[in-house]
Design a protein around this ligand. Sequence first.
Ligand SMILES: Cc1cc2nc3c(=O)[nH]c(=O)nc-3n(C[C@H](O)[C@H](O)[C@H](O)COP(=O)(O)OP(=O)(O)OC[C@H]3O[C@@H](n4cnc5c(N)ncnc54)[C@H](O)[C@@H]3O)c2cc1C
Length: 291
Amino acid sequence: MQIPAPFDYARAASVDEAVALLARYGEDARLIAGGHSLLPMMKLRLARPEWLIDINALDELDFIRRDGNRLRIGALTRHRTLLDSDEVRALFPIITDAERVVADPVVRNRGTIGGSLCQADPAEDLSTVCTVLGAEAVIHGANGDRVIGMEDFHRGPYETAVEFDEMLTEVRLPIRERSSSAYEKVERRVGDWAVAAAGAGVTLAEDGTIADIAIGLTAVGVETRVADAEAVLRGRHPSDELIAQAGQAAARAAEPLADQRGSEEYKRHLADALTQRVVRRSIARIQTTGA
Ligand SMILES: Cc1cc2nc3c(=O)[nH]c(=O)nc-3n(C[C@H](O)[C@H](O)[C@H](O)COP(=O)(O)OP(=O)(O)OC[C@H]3O[C@@H](n4cnc5c(N)ncnc54)[C@H](O)[C@@H]3O)c2cc1C
């Protein structure tokens, strides 16, 4: 049986208390939300925090709220809540696509968007989703809030811009007209991490050209948007040929590692095929719903 190293435990009653506890116990403390990433790491002794600061009582961080032309999602919002939200499905179907394939119901019932983004696992699905959607992260510390884009939030695998005495409190997603999005993932079996996955967000102009596009990849060594694939399509009328070229550009951008989930060649093939699918599906969704 895997048993974590000994630790002390505190349950925060407010965001400010959580941040104060983090500041008091320093780098030896970690927040715990759903615990589905942190506890396995503690059991394997890959993480050995001396203090766990439990934020599960912070109901004020569990919300999905429309605020003008953006959707605000609290950091403690569970995968299950995101999956079940009609508003999320209507505005950002990429989130619903991704949440259907994040782990299994047990993990989705407790795991949170905040924990997912802060864990920053390269195979984690919501980081790609939030990058594609142009999300902003609200980070709270002793001096108040700071708001940064996903390109600054992610510092690399398992690293984010959240300092040891700060916490992520909210994710903000811009709502755009004539826009939609999609996510597709290939996994070895239901509930597994991605072999590879792709996400796209597309905005169409009145004349049917692609006014803006964002493409992201999961688990193939690409942490930013795939600019070369986007450039193929931006400002153009989408066609089979251009979408195929975008897929090829995504495959070239991928830097996958061969492992038990597949060879480099197979993962590059998936980057190509999945990019094409999510671009097509995003466009079809705009044309169907006029989103
Ligand atoms: C069997 C299994 C399969 C999984 N499969 C997938 C999958 O296919 N796709 C996928 O994307 N994920 C998958 N996951 C991960 C799952 O989505 C986790 O729930 C998620 O990664 C972490 O969320 P959590 O709330 O459980 O975070 P926790 O484990 O509580 O925390 C993770 C990290 O984030 C920090 N943290 C948490 N909340 C905050 C905050 N608000 N501010 C600052 N730091 C914070 C913690 O200190 C910790 O370092 C899987 C997990 C398991 C156990």
